[in-house]
Design a protein. Structure first.
Length: 110
């Protein structure tokens, strides 16, 4: 249960970060409305706030978060960009998630 809770919080954090970066990309690369920068800023603020909800030290939180970020970024690639994932993408995401779990669920005090 703890792993699911941590993973869900990391996933929400990753989505907030990706949205906060994707919207400016649309403005700069695809000529979309500059008004997209407003929800982008809100999303990045949400991302920063969500990171503070993790109980571990900041460095450990960032290290574990990286595994989920990789997985969510690949999901974004598939669902938003419409690009098929390769077996290498799936293997890399699996390895990253295992790393996240090892870091996030280590015994306390060690």
């Amino acid at each position: 249960m703890e792993l699911l809770k941590v993973a869900a919080l990391f996933a929400a954090t990753a989505v907030a970060e990706i949205v906060g970066c994707y919207l400016p990309w649309l403005v700069l690369k695809q000529g979309k409305s500059a008004w997209l920068l407003v929800p982008a800023a809100v999303s990045l603020a949400l991302f920063a706030w969500l990171l503070t909800l993790h109980p571990s030290a900041a460095g450990r939180t960032y290290a574990a978060y990286g595994g989920m970020y990789i997985t969510v970024a690949l999901a974004w690639l598939y669902w938003v960009d419409g690009i098929a994932l390769t077996r290498w993408d799936l293997a890399g995401a699996s390895i990253a998630l295992i790393g996240m779990a090892v870091i996030a669920l280590q015994p306390h005090g060690h």
